[in-house]
Design a protein around this ligand. Structure first.
Ligand code: ADP
Ligand code: MG
Ligand code: MG
Ligand code: MG
Length: 404
């Protein structure tokens, strides 16, 4: 077999592929009996876990991009170039925040694949939250990850020539376009054909799409996404892009990486905590249990922000250029990031209810009537966050908008 040109791997060809690459030899005994499992549950890519059958702790993970969108089939082509952005952003994140990502081993641009640490016992956060599991230190880990990666790739840390090069290196036009359409445009447009929503919330959706003021905020947030180049973002930081084991939390799946507004990553994660809380309003029958988990989720959101803010301020205080050491500038900058965070969070909550790509937190609720209750909460909260974001000065102000 030859792997000189792109071809999608299968359970049968993964091992032959690895044996053709000398880089794998240190990580795994390629002459041993190896087990291969396909674990991809995502929308886009193939993911294989390869382990020595006798020593399963010796393992690695292979993630390969397909030339189309996996959930949609071959009728929605998408270039495999996204693997290039994912491999490079993972390297960059590993340099800034090695404790919060899987260790990258190597990547193959021709095959559009990355080989990385296999988080064999970690589980995806979204599923854990659906089970109402408390994940110690989740928000704090996200705050640390974001402060480190966003600061290190911003103008506060990089000389301007390097920063400009970073913007070009991570242009990632195809995946950015998906976000522009699915997050900012289609959910607010009655005519968008890819929107999907529960019939029982059709009136709520019509009402939302007719709100001119909301549409103005969606336009503003979209323009911020398109034009603000603050730092290298993960770009798809929902709770399905984080894996946890105990107090160890790792960010995966950065194929949407591009240089954009910091609040987009923060806002996406916050929104997905809130979506879990909305879902538990009907998933969890007992009032006290539900209130307890909701307050846990809000606390993780607050901890993400406060850790991010404190850590980012510490880094700013040590920035080399004297331009950045004005306290008034630092306050205004972080307040701007907070407002973006709240606005993007609102947008994400709406698009996960109305748009093409949903979340299992809500879609996993089988009874349509019960699901509509949770979906209405998500729509109401999302709308409030979008409309009120510009008036928020502290995270506590934001929390006051998150009551129901
Ligand atoms: P996609 O881009 O298709 O969403 P992901 O990177 O999210 O792909 O991976 C899909 C799934 O594969 C994850 O939800 C997780 O279950 C598993 N996975 C991904 N990366 C790893 C890893 N490094 N270790 C263990 N499992 C992983
Ligand atoms: Mg994923
Ligand atoms: Mg650790
Ligand atoms: Mg992905």
């Amino acid at each position: 077999v030859s792997f000189g040109a792109y071809r999608p791997l299968s359970l049968d060809s993964v091992v032959a592929y690895l044996r053709s690459r000398s880089e794998s030899a240190d990580l795994l005994d390629l002459t041993a009996d190896l087990s291969v499992r396909e674990v991809g549950d995502g929308n886009l890519n193939l993911v294989f876990q390869v382990a020595e059958r006798d020593r399963p702790s010796r393992s690695l993970l292979v993630k390969q991009a397909l030339p189309y969108v996996r959930v949609a089939g071959e009728g929605w082509p998408l270039s495999t170039r996204r693997a290039h952005y994912e491999a490079r952003s993972l390297r960059r994140f590993f340099e800034s925040a090695p404790d919060f990502v899987p260790r990258p081993f190597w990547h193959d641009d021709v095959m559009a694949l990355s080989v990385m640490e296999n988080l064999r016992e970690h589980r995806v956060v979204r599923g854990l939250l659906n089970e109402r599991r408390v994940l110690p230190g989740l928000g704090e880990a996200m705050g640390r990850f974001l402060a480190a990666t966003l600061f290190d790739t911003s103008d506060f840390a990089l000389p301007s020539d390097e920063k400009r090069r970073l913007v070009g290196d991570f242009d990632n036009p195809e995946l950015c376009r998906i976000t522009e359409d699915l997050v900012f445009t289609e959910p607010f447009s009655e005519a968008a054909e890819r929107n999907r929503f529960n019939d029982l919330v059709a009136n709520d959706v019509r009402d939302l799409q007719g709100d001119e003021s909301l549409r103005a905020h969606a336009a503003r947030l979209k323009l911020t996404f398109l034009t603000s180049a603050q730092a290298l973002l993960h770009g798809d930081l929902h709770t399905g892009s984080v894996m946890s084991l105990g107090d160890d939390h790792r960010v995966i799946d950065s194929e949407f990486a591009f240089v954009g507004p910091m609040g987009f990553d923060l806002g996406l994660f916050l929104a997905n905590l809130l979506l879990s809380a909305c879902a538990h309003e009907v998933r969890t029958e007992h009032r006290a249990a539900r209130a307890e988990f909701r307050s846990y989720l809000l606390q993780e959101g607050r901890s993400m922000w406060s850790t991010f803010e404190a850590d980012f301020r510490e880094r700013l205080a040590k920035a080399e250029s004297p331009s950045w050491n004005s306290p008034a500038f630092q306050d205004a900058f972080l307040q701007g990031v907070l407002r973006d965070t709240v606005g993007f969070a609102g947008c994400e909550m709406i698009r996960r209810t109305v748009g093409f790509a949903h979340v299992s937190d809500l879609d996993g609720i089988e009874n349509p009537e019960a699901r509509a209750v949770a979906e209405r909460l998500a729509l109401t909260l999302g709308r409030t966050l979008m409309l009120e974001a510009q008036g928020v000065s502290t995270f506590d102000d934001a929390l006051r908008l998150m009551r129901w």
